[in-house]
Design a protein around this ligand. Structure first.
Ligand SMILES: [Cu+2]
Length: 188
């Protein structure tokens, strides 16, 4: 635990840096450490302008291919597919985060290791190129640092286990002190 906190403390100054061009600011770009040659990077884009801008391309010297992907659920299977662009509304924010939009890094020249940084260039339709530095976090990281762990998945559907609902107030034969049930009112 101490080691993890120490690592986060080292990384926070990197993750906190916002990089901008024109009306576009990119905050907290980060990636998860990767086991192989495929990785994903996440970040938040803020548009201070009065017009929509669009993230239209990504590139990095750290990987042979980089694409913008979205994540969708088909049944309980998570699927990813490339998207052409990510719109960022005027005075709006677009978030690339685990379980949603992300920068897919394919054919990495080396696996991403915690503590590394990689350069990434985001190309916007209006603001042009925004170079950022991506901080590589641990394999289990859920955010750029202090955001905590968001439990995705875990939908309470199709739960066939023991349902602890019990105690339905049906056939209650005890003297119920509930009173005023507006049902079967025969008294008045
Ligand atoms: Cu992907």
């Amino acid at each position: 635990m101490t080691r993890i906190l120490f690592a986060l403390a080292l990384l926070l100054p990197v993750a906190a840096v916002a990089q901008s061009a024109g009306k576009i600011t990119v905050e907290a770009p980060w990636a998860r450490a990767s086991a192989g040659t495929t990785g994903a990077a996440y970040l938040t884009v803020k548009n201070a302008g009065d017009a929509e801008d669009r993230l239209v391309a990504v590139s990095t010297p750290a990987a042979a291919k980089a694409e913008i992907h979205t994540t969708t659920m088909e049944g309980d299977v998570m699927k990813m597919r490339p998207v052409d662009a990510v719109p960022v509304a005027a005075h709006g924010t677009a978030e690339l985060k685990p379980g949603g939009l992300h920068v897919m890094l394919m054919e990495l020249k080396a696996p991403l290791k915690q503590g590394d940084t990689i350069p990434l260039t985001l190309k916007f339709e209006k603001a042009g190129d925004v170079p950022v530095t991506v901080a590589v976090q641990g394999v289990g990281a859920a955010g750029p640092g202090s955001m905590g762990n968001m439990p995705m998945g875990n939908m309470p559907m199709g739960n066939t286990g023991s349902a602890p609902m019990g105690n339905m107030p049906m056939g209650n034969t005890s003297p119920a002190p509930m009173g005023n049930m507006p049902m079967g009112n025969t008294g008045r």
